[in-house]
Design a protein around this ligand. Structure first.
Ligand SMILES: [Zn+2]
Length: 405
């Protein structure tokens, strides 16, 4: 019978917005993989993926076999209850992301739209699945998520530079927001750069108390990208800007607009790579603006709506585990944080999981003969009936994503 706890070998991507060399947590964790090469300090390391997604698949550290092939040949590793629901694919995809400039402004289509897009262009939209995602801050994490509440948008739309280009709305409502968004995205390079320039120089007295950060933010974003990137206008004017501390998390439902700005995070999403991009990326990459504004849920709301509070998990034996349970299906994430001589045992999850050590070191006992050394960058797949115990002599931070059944 196949071992139910398997050490994995994962890959890291090198997108241009990633942090460089040893600055990148994703890179540092990846460099601890059994056969990784040393970090190149001039190279960006953006995303380490853990799981069975075919474009960046994980392998067994012991043999190099693809995890996907291994579990297909050993479906008992997933359990029959799991296979009835998800077949032999891991339905979630955890990643470590490290970035120092904004990722593309994006949304992930909901199931209905994903099916439509997949039927329309299966090369570009390879999945018919939805892609809700959560992000847990591992270092200070700055981001944009969702549209500001209506009262704030009303003040924004009244700003001088926008009055010049927007129609006069009778009511600022969801329809006006959609039109504003479309108008900003469709601005020519010249018009976009002229508005960006005006926003950078807006006097504080023209801006309400909640919007004082806008000129600096516009300046920072235009240094990262071009002076005429329409995404700068959408993000800095219309979206909620947030900064999270380690352990704090957000949950992005499908269809909701978001962009990550800086930090190191653990991201977990439903198994899918469907994404519509529209800013902080070259013009040619931008998915059709009509498609984008059509797909988007124009639901103005405060930043609280996206916060995902970690709750003490009933799986943990000594309250050292918090659980991030997004209000959609497929997966939850457990976060374990141990210090000194602390230990934590997880009750059997009855569902397969993938765990990663993001900080510190320790030991993992599996209830079977073998114990494993844990260190930064250790990644494991655990079968549904695995009973895991974690211990440290210093500090140990682990994240463990599992499928909800
Ligand atoms: Zn995303």
């Amino acid at each position: 019978m196949a071992a139910s706890v398997i050490q994995l070998q994962c890959d890291c991507k090198n997108d241009p917005w990633g942090k460089k060399g040893g600055e990148s947590l994703a890179g540092r964790l990846w460099s601890q993989m059994p056969d990784a090469s040393p970090l190149d300090q001039s190279q960006t390391y953006s995303e380490m993926w853990m799981g069975t997604y075919p474009s960046v698949p994980s392998r067994l550290a012991s043999s190099g076999e693809l995890l996907q092939d291994h579990i297909k040949n050993n479906p008992e590793l997933l359990g029959s209850r799991f296979c009835d629901r998800y077949s032999t694919e891991v339905p979630f995809l955890p990643k470590i992301l490290s970035f120092e400039k904004a990722l593309p402004l994006q949304l992930h289509p909901d199931k209905k739209l994903a099916e439509k897009l997949h039927a329309y262009d299966s090369t570009k939209f390879g999945d018919s699945n939805h892609k809700p995602e959560i992000a847990v801050a591992l270092t200070r994490f700055e981001l944009f998520v969702g549209f500001k509440p209506i009262e704030e948008l009303r003040e924004i739309i009244r700003l001088g530079p926008l009055q010049e280009i927007l129609p006069k709305y009778e009511h600022v409502d969801e329809k006006a927001l959609r039109e504003t968004c479309r108008a900003l995205l469709k601005l020519s390079e010249r018009d976009a750069s002229s508005i960006i320039d005006k926003l950078k120089h807006l006097p504080a007295s023209d801006l309400g108390a909640k919007h004082q950060h806008i000129p600096k933010l516009v300046e920072r974003l235009s240094e990262q990208y071009s002076e005429s990137d329409n995404g700068i206008l959408i993000a800095s004017l219309l979206m909620n800007y947030m900064a999270l501390e380690p352990g704090e998390a957000v949950c992005v439902p499908a269809d909701s607009i978001h962009a990550w700005l800086s930090g190191d995070i653990l991201e977990c999403m439903a198994r899918s790579d469907n994404v519509l991009n529209t800013g902080f990326c070259p013009r040619a990459d931008r998915d059709n603006i009509n498609l984008f504004t059509q797909a988007l849920t124009f639901k103005p709301q405060g930043q609280e709506a996206s916060l995902l509070q970690g709750q003490p998990s009933s799986f943990g034996s000594t309250q050292k585990t918090v659980e991030y349970a997004p209000p959609f299906s497929e997966f939850n994430v457990l976060g374990v944080s141990l210090n000194g001589k602390e230990m934590e045992t997880h009750a059997v999850l009855h569902s397969p999981s993938i765990l990663v050590v993001t900080e510190g070191s320790g030991i993992m006992a599996t209830g079977q003969a073998d114990n494993y050394d844990l260190r930064e960058g250790s990644v494991f797949f655990a079968g549904p009936e695995a009973k895991l115990q974690f211990a440290t002599h210093g500090s140990l931070n682990i994240y463990r994503a599992y499928a909800t059944l």
